[in-house]
Design a protein around this ligand. Structure first.
Ligand code: SF4
Ligand code: SF4
Ligand code: FES
Length: 483
């Protein structure tokens, strides 16, 4: 554990730590572009320059070096913000912005761009170059999901290293040299099929890599992140769901834009997903943007919630052999509510609400899991999984089935059983149930999921639920009460 000094303060460092790592661990700020805690260290951007003096050397005899690749030696003295350091960072920024366009006004990265931030922190001056800027490709379609602006690229190679070291597709590289250098995908289409490709959008320190699905849709300062959990598979990656701030609601445009998922980014959790997520989480707007069911129904006819509850209660009380198909998208709180109020009344099986789509990555060794439901592990504390042949779950005299959530074909129902159906989405089955209850989604309530390894993660509400929808955890006590 060598002791060294940062800005005159004694700091204990780990044996293998670099100056960058020790500085960050002890609350000292050093700027960086190419360095990332979860990638290799190329040391190419030079913005992390600090002033270093060896133990025992005279004051002022120090040299400038990059913090991200410098091992610590006992007694060394590091200055992170001296005049020499600031002057070198200013030169570095003059160099990095030599051919960089003045695009901030139309760039989606504005508000989150470290080049913009460091420019104002360390440079702030117009370019001293008298040469015309070198132009490069703008709006290059890197994949169906991502657009690349080569003029904005500062060649930090984070994106290249991500595909080489994390997603392991080796799908990006640098073509040409000098100011002709371009980030380009390899020609076998590996980037197109990289299930983790959108992580390079977050990794890019500038606005060179942008999402095509969110391009120019919103300024980041109009949005706020709500902590959530990706329901795309049993990994349960921790995410931030970004949506419009209440003070920036739109009045003139489509009101749905005020209650939609604008983007999804990873929320780092070392126990679950580290700093990454797969592309499926980025597309959650498609899952949660589907048409919603918003009225309770009796055999397809909309009724008041009280009437639907009274009918369902009567059916539950009269049933001789009721079976419940428990949702693997239900939260731990909803599962507890079901167990407390209806658990002893029903035989229970856990069903998958979602299955892998054709062409979807079924599973890999990084994050993606074959079970495409977030809470199967917790749901299975209520009962076994539904058999491969769902009909095998029903005894011949099953006279009531409570179906909770999507993913179950009504063609597998016992022919004479009555059906209580609870679901959030507008689907044909809703009208075929004897009693139907529209539910809230996980973006409209708080709760927890337990992932396949037993790690519990929480989610918070982003939006209000539709007027007619109920939270399942509130519904079960009413269904469990005597008619
Ligand atoms: S595209 Fe972005 S992440 Fe990739 S090298 Fe350029 S600046 Fe770095
Ligand atoms: S690995 Fe699973 S939980 Fe994680 S982001 Fe992808 S689909 Fe969501
Ligand atoms: S962060 Fe150290 S050289 Fe780029």
């Amino acid at each position: 554990m060598p002791e060294f000094f940062i800005n005159g303060q004694a700091v204990q460092a780990g044996d293998d730590q670099t100056v960058m790592q020790a500085a960050r661990a002890n609350g000292f700020f050093i700027p960086y572009f190419c360095w990332h805690p979860n990638l290799s260290v190329p040391g190419n951007c030079r913005i992390c320059m600090v002033e270093v003096t060896s133990e025992g050397a005279a004051e002022g005899s120090g040299w400038l070096d990059i913090a991200c690749n410098m091992p610590i030696t006992k007694g060394m003295r590091v200055l992170t913000d001296s005049e020499r350091v600031r002057a070198r960072r200013k030169e570095t920024l003059q160099f990095i912005t030599l051919n960089h366009p003045v695009d901030c006004g139309i760039c989606d990265k504005a508000g989150e761009c470290t080049l913009q931030d460091y420019h104002y922190d360390y440079n702030g001056a117009p370019s001293i170059s008298i040469d015309a800027k070198v132009h490069a490709t703008k709006h290059y379609k890197l994949s169906e999901r991502i657009v690349l602006d080569n003029e904005r690229c500062i060649l930090c190679t984070r994106c290249v290293r991500f595909t080489a070291e994390v997603s392991k597709t080796h799908a990006l590289g640098v073509q040409n040299r000098g100011d002709h250098s371009l980030i380009r995908p390899v020609e076998d289409g590996a980037f197109e099929t990289d299930a983790y490709s959108d992580n390079v959008i977050d990794l890019c320190p500038v606005g060179a890599l942008l999402s095509r699905r969110t391009l120019h849709q919103s300024r980041v300062w109009y949005l706020k992140p709500t902590p959530s959990v990706c329901p795309g598979c049993e990994r349960g990656c921790n995410i931030d769901v970004w949506h419009r701030k209440s003070e920036w609601k739109l009045h003139a445009l489509d009101p749905k834009r005020n209650a939609r998922v604008d983007r999804v980014t990873p929320r780092e959790n070392a126990q679950v997903n580290g700093p990454w997520i797969c592309n499926k989480a980025r597309d959650l707007a498609d899952v949660f943007g589907r048409a919603r069911a918003d009225a309770p129904m009796l055999k397809g006819q909309p009724v008041a919630l009280t009437a639907a509850i009274a009918s369902a209660r009567a059916m539950i009380s009269a049933a001789h052999r009721p079976v419940a198909l428990v949702s693997s998208w239900a939260s731990n709180e909803e599962l507890e509510s079901f167990q407390a109020h209806l658990g002893t009344r029903f035989s229970r099986f856990v069903k998958a609400d979602q299955f892998a789509e054709p062409g979807e990555c079924v599973g890999d060794t990084l994050l993606i899991r074959p079970d495409k439901n977030p809470n199967t592990r917790a749901a299975c504390t209520l009962g076994p999984l539904l058999p491969q042949d769902p009909k095998a779950a029903f005894a011949p005299d099953t006279d009531l089935v409570l179906v909770w959530g999507e993913g179950f074909s009504f063609a597998n129902l016992p022919p004479r059983a009555k059906v209580i159906y609870l679901n959030a989405w507008l689907q044909p089955e809703n009208g075929h149930a004897d009693v139907f209850f529209p539910l809230s989604t996980m973006l409209e309530r708080s709760g927890h999921y337990t992932n396949f390894e037993g790690v519990v993660s929480g989610f918070e509400p982003c939006f209000a639920k539709p007027a007619g929808a109920a939270d399942a955890a509130d519904l079960f006590p009413m269904l469990g009460a005597a008619p």
